[in-house]
Design a protein around this ligand. Structure first.
Ligand code: GAP
Length: 444
């Protein structure tokens, strides 16, 4: 058997649309650039991705959760450096009005072409701030300007004292959050890889200065283990240490995933030192010093940040899980089984209930079994087409278990459980099915 992995993002774009993972936003109006909607399967899977990350973070004894507002006091973005520094240099082509990133100008000029029209009549370089601006309240004046947050992290920093004091956690401790962020990206693209509205899963770990390097390395390892646990192939993941650092960082590493378009950033791990808390302290006039009871000392904690995009991670899981199993029979006829080999925790459905026939005597049992399973798992039900076709439909969306109700079920109260990856089948009593699947899911 030959195995083909995902080599082209379009394979996933079309699977996503066909099976209900991801749709173009506002599609019936021609779509809105770089915005995507998660469909029936995608919304389930995205929740699973978030749950996996959230549990990995907040079930530790040293991390609390936070759900901060998207709109924040505008001074937050002054203090964070985003108002002055969160921009890309742009130039306009005066002939065709195309706007593009100035860091590409040289290569365009060398090739004697502008992206659209070939003119070299370009404007001066200008900085274009990537934050989306809006107005709070009825007046649209400069006093009412607020921003859609470009990262969730600032919510962690401005709530550092609230979280620490209410939880009474001692340093080192962390704050984890999942939420929407917005960036007016100049070059969005590659499906859900780079979009203007996306979700981030960020964790800020507050540590004593001097211990930051140790925790930075620990977090690199912890996050690597997360990816291994959820089945990302080791050869598709690599570290990239930054030489050129962002204004807030002392050290930074990216986890890069081998997407079909090449290795690209998936998650950033940053040592932000005391930059953020010091800035917010000075802009707000509130002390953000931590008092270490045991040693009777005060300090501004250093921060180790882990920051990953939920949508980008969703895409990485899809890419990694997708495979085509191509077999050839004795007559030389090829057959392709498409499998989304997702970790069962991430799969939209854990179980599919498939009655062998639509006859009432089977569908009544299958309907009850569906409800029994739905008490513990996300379940789907399918009674259309041949059983072989129905298995294939489930393989393509990553369902780890298919349960077939057949005519023997009426007498033996048992069903056939078919495993996605091995295609092995087992006969299991219906009364034991929830426990059986729970055990299998845990041991995956
Ligand atoms: N608080 C630090 C921070 O936001 P970042 O490297 O700009 O750091 C972190 O973003 C992660 O958020 C990225 O590694 C990526 O996974 C995701 N991300 C950033 N911009 C994105 C975009 N336009 N679309 C989708 N995901 C994005």
């Amino acid at each position: 058997m030959k195995i083909k992995h995902c080599e082209d993002l379009n394979t996933l774009v079309s699977l996503s649309k066909r099976r209900g993972f991801v749709f173009q936003s506002s599609e019936i109006y021609g779509g809105l650039g770089s915005c995507w909607d998660y469909g029936p399967l995608g919304s389930l899977m995205k929740l699973n991705v978030k749950r996996a990350w959230w549990n990995a973070m907040t079930r530790r004894p040293d991390i609390v959760g936070l759900d901060a507002a998207i709109l924040m006091h505008p001074t937050v973005w002054k203090a964070s450096g985003h108002v002055d520094g969160f921009s890309d240099p742009l130039v306009d082509c005066k002939a065709c009005k195309t706007r593009f990133r100035a860091d590409n100008t040289e290569s365009y000029l060398l090739r004697k072409e502008c992206p659209q029209c070939g003119s070299q009549n370009l404007s001066e370089e200008r900085n274009f701030n990537l934050m989306f601006k809006t107005h709070m309240g009825p007046l649209e004046d400069s006093a009412s300007v607020v921003y859609l947050r470009p990262e969730t992290a600032q919510g962690h920093f401005v709530n550092f004292m609230n979280c620490q004091q209410s939880s009474r956690y001692k340093i080192p401790f962390g704050i984890a959050a999942i939420g929407k962020s917005f960036r007016n990206e100049i070059t969005p693209g590659n499906f859900i890889f780079r979009t203007r509205e996306f979700e981030q899963m960020e964790m800020q770990y507050f540590v004593k200065p001097g211990t930051d390097e140790k925790f930075f390395n620990e977090w690199k390892e912890t996050r690597h283990n997360f990816y291994m646990k959820y089945g990302i192939k080791a050869e598709n993941l690599r570290f990239h240490d930054h030489e050129k650092l962002a204004h807030y960082a002392r050290a930074a590493t990216d986890f890069e995933y081998k997407f079909p378009m090449g290795f690209s950033e998936l998650e950033g791990i940053h040592n932000r030192a005391d930059f953020d808390l010091t800035q917010h302290s000075s802009f707000s006039g509130k002390s953000l010093e931590y008092f270490d009871e045991a040693n009777k000392e005060k300090y501004i904690p250093y921060v180790i940040e882990t920051a990953v995009g939920c949508d980008r991670l969703f895409l990485a899981f899809m890419c990694d899980a997708y495979r085509e199993e191509i077999s050839t029979d004795e007559a030389g006829k090829e057959d392709t089984r498409i499998v989304l080999g997702l970790h069962p925790e991430l799969a939209p459905y854990k179980v599919a209930v498939l009655p062998l026939s639509k006859k009432e005597e089977l569908s009544s049992i299958a309907g009850k079994l569906r409800n029994q399973l739905a008490e513990d798992f996300d379940v789907t039900y399918d009674e259309a087409a041949s059983i072989g076709k129905r298995y294939r439909r489930q393989d393509e969306i990553g369902t780890p278990f298919c349960v077939t109700v057949d005519f023997d079920t009426i007498n033996d109260q048992a069903v056939t459980v078919r495993h996605r990856d091995t295609m092995v089948q087992e006969r299991i009593a219906m009364s034991q099915l929830n426990t059986y699947i729970t055990t299998k899911l845990k041991s995956f």
